[in-house]
Structures are given as structure tokens and as C-alpha cells.
Design a protein around this ligand. Structure first.
Ligand code: 5GP
Ligand code: MN
Length: 363
């Protein structure tokens, strides 16, 4: 159906848009946020045949699990789904059902009735080129989520985007298969930090229980994710811990590109290192910096709930959740660190009240 107008609200023309793949989408291009986003999205799916599904670059458990489950939903509805990410799937998620069907590409081609973006606040966040002409559906749960697509569903209370895909599956009255359940359970487990964070609610366990009943295997998933660590990851952690620095309620640590090379680390080996800094007693905000091969710096920010790291990340061109956010900054490493600390120090100094309960560092 190619150029058919899929917009359930009628506000946008269905005609392909000018391709501007490299341009950042701003909130000025904000699209439709319908009152009933589930019905609107199912309507778009119902009227199309071919769909592209993708998520953010450097995909995490929520990105991989929700892309896979979304693909399974589309197939169960008799549609064709092509799944893409710009970066390869981390080894710990490669055993998920259907993971081999995700294509790792730089540019997408072809005709699709809509492109469904999960966990992204912009086209740039996918790091995929060629998405611009498509009718875009944005499904997200980040505090910094933006209505950049023609059709947007942003639910900041959801524990994972997988939880939103689950709601689509239920509303579509599609059978929740063991494979879907395996993928969706992974999104919840990883985005709640293994049910550790403050806002892990009774409803989170209720959903996890339903997914386990539908065929998710919590023990197997835990083994794949938490008991399958590569040696390079622990060696990289060792290098990072030698840089661990504490300044009152702040802590930080970093790895250079040289550390990555020396320990034979893959990008995914840096995931979770920031957790060691934020785990320190008395620390309220933490940063992990990693030097990229080209010299730019990836920063991971974490908070225990009294500092909103999402808004600090947005101020520096990144995004995320109140308690877990990220940014890419210019190097060198020491300058990027100073830039982040210049934002964090005043935010941490503002803390005067006793600790609040109930915030959660979802990722
Ligand atoms: P991490 O530190 O684990 O890479 O990311 C923490 C959280 O922040 C995740 O929810 C991730 O999606 C989000 N995040 C990380 N980097 C960026 C970024 O550059 N832009 C945006 N919008 N979100 C980010
Ligand atoms: Mn997520």
C-alpha cells in the first residue's frame, strides 16, 4: 500500500517526506499523540502489509527483546516484519528466539507501510539511515521521549518498552507465545535491573508471572544474561575500577580506548560498569566514561533518585530516564569528565532533604 495515508488522525499527509536522514528531528516536528495509542497503532498495522521494526544503536535488553516481540506480533497478525539495528546484538541476547533475524545495517531500503521505532527519541537515535521517508510510529517509555514521529505512544510509567508491546499483543488478541514471553520477560528483567529498583511495582511482578506462565524461563534467561560474562568484560571492569573516584555524593570511573584494546573488550563489555560507582554508600549520582575509537566519549549517568540525570543529559545533547541516562560528548576524556561534573555538581549540591523512596533507575 506504499503511499496510502496511514495516519489515523488525518493530520499528516501520507505522501513520502523529503529525505533528510542526517538531520536531527526536533520537537518542532511533533506528531500525533492519540488518546488511544494502542488502537491507533493496531489500526496502522491492520491497514498495512510490510513493516520495518528497529530500535536504538548499541541495543540493550529492552531494545532487542521488544524488537523481537514486535516482529512476532506483526507476523501473528499476518504481516511481514523486517527487523533492524545499527549495531550488532550483544552476545548475551543472541540466544533470544528469532535474534538471528535482526539485520545489522547502516541504511534501510525498500517499501514499508510504516517503520516502528522502539525506545528512540529521534531518528538519529537509531543511527540507521533511510528511515525518513516512511510513515513513522514511535513507541517509547523514556522520560525524555519526544513525539518526533507521525504517530507516537510514550508511556513514561512503563517498566520497559516490552511492556508496551505486551499491551499491543493483548489488545490485538494475539496468542502470547512462549517465544514472545521469553523476549518480553528479558525486557522487564534488564530494564528494572533485575527487579532491584525502587519503582519495581506489584504489577511488574504480575506481568513477569504471566510471562513465566506463558513460557518464559526465568532461570534460563538469567543464565544467558548474568552467568555468561566474557573474560574481557571483567578485565575491562578491573581497568575501570582503578580510576574510581569519589567526591562527596558523586562518583565516577572511566576507560580509555587503549583499555578497551588491551582487554580485548567489545562495546557491550562496558555495560553495567557504572553500576559499581552508583552502588557506593552515600553516593547519589555516578558517571562512567568510555573513550570511543574515534575519540568521542560515551557517558553513562546513574542516580539513586534524588538527582534527575535525564534533564542533565538532555542539556548536553543526550537523554534517558530520571535515574539512568546517556550522552555522547567530544573528547578528550578529561574534558568530557569536567563537562559532566560541571552539570552534576550543582545538582548534587541541591540535595538537602532525606532520601526519597520509589524512584527507579530503569534503563
Ligand atoms: P546507558 O547509560 O545504559 O547507555 O543508557 C541509559 C539510558 O539512557 C537508556 O535508557 C538509554 O536508552 C538512554 N540513553 C543513553 N544514551 C542516550 C543518548 O545518547 N540519547 C538518548 N536520547 N538516550 C540515551
Ligand atoms: Mn527501555
Amino acid at each position: 500500500m506504499g503511499a496510502t495515508n496511514l495516519n489515523p488522525g488525518g493530520g499528516n499527509s501520507g505522501a513520502p517526506r523529503e529525505p533528510h536522514e542526517e538531520r536531527e528531528n526536533s520537537s518542532a516536528t511533533a506528531g500525533l499523540m492519540p488518546d488511544n495509542p494502542i488502537a491507533a497503532i493496531l489500526d496502522v498495522i491492520g491497514r498495512g502489509e510490510r513493516f520495518l521494526v528497529c530500535s536504538h544503536s548499541r541495543p540493550d535488553g529492552d531494545a532487542v527483546g521488544s524488537v523481537l516481540a514486535m516482529g512476532m506480533l506483526l507476523e501473528a497478525m499476518g504481516k511481514r516484519a523486517d527487523l533492524f539495528t545499527a549495531d550488532r546484538i550483544p552476545a548475551v541476547y543472541r540466544a533470544l528466539p528469532g535474534a538471528e533475524a535482526i539485520s545489522c545495517v547502516m541504511r534501510v531500503h525498500g517499501r514499508y507501510d510504516a517503520a516502528i521505532l522502539l525506545e528512540c527519541d529521534s531518528l538519529d537515535r537509531t543511527r540507521l539511515r533511510g528511515l525518513q521517508p516512511f510513515y513513522l510510529v514511535n513507541i517509547d517509555h523514556h522520560a525524555t521521549g519526544r513525539a518526533f514521529a507521525q504517530l507516537n505512544w510514550i508511556d513514561r510509567d512503563a517498566a520497559s518498552v516490552g511492556e508496551l508491546v505486551y499491551r499491543l499483543i493483548k489488545a490485538a488478541r494475539v496468542h502470547l507465545s512462549p517465544a514472545m514471553a521469553q523476549c518480553l520477560y528479558t525486557t522487564i528483567l534488564t530494564d528494572t535491573g533485575s527487579f532491584r529498583y525502587g519503582a519495581t511495582r506489584a504489577s511488574t511482578f504480575a506481568l513477569a508471572a504471566e510471562l513465566a506462565r506463558a513460557g518464559a524461563d526465568p532461570v534460563r534467561i538469567a543464565r544467558e544474561i548474568y552467568f555468561s560474562t566474557a573474560m574481557s568484560k571483567l578485565l575491562l571492569l578491573g581497568a575501570a575500577l582503578t580510576t574510581l573516584t569519589r567526591e562527596g555524593r558523586l562518583a565516577w570511573l572511566s576507560v580509555s580506548h587503549q583499555d578497551m584494546v588491551r582487554t580485548c573488550a567489545a562495546e557491550e563489555d562496558s555495560e553495567g560498569i557504572v553500576d559499581y560507582a552508583i552502588s557506593l554508600a552515600g553516593v547519589e549520582a555516578a558517571v562512567f566514561l568510555r573513550e570511543l575509537p574515534e575519540g568521542r566519549i560515551r557517558a553513562s549517568l546513574r542516580s539513586k533518585g534524588r538527582v534527575d540525570v535525564a534533564s542533565l543529559a538532555v542539556a548536553m545533547g543526550g537523554g534517558g530516564h530520571e535515574n539512568a541516562a546517556g550522552i555522547t560528548l567530544d573528547g578528550p576524556l578529561h574534558r568530557a569528565l569536567e563537562e559532566v561534573l560541571a552539570q552534576l555538581r550543582p545538582a548534587v549540591e541541591e540535595i538537602s532533604s532525606p532520601p526519597t523512596q520509589g524512584k527507579d533507575p530503569r534503563v
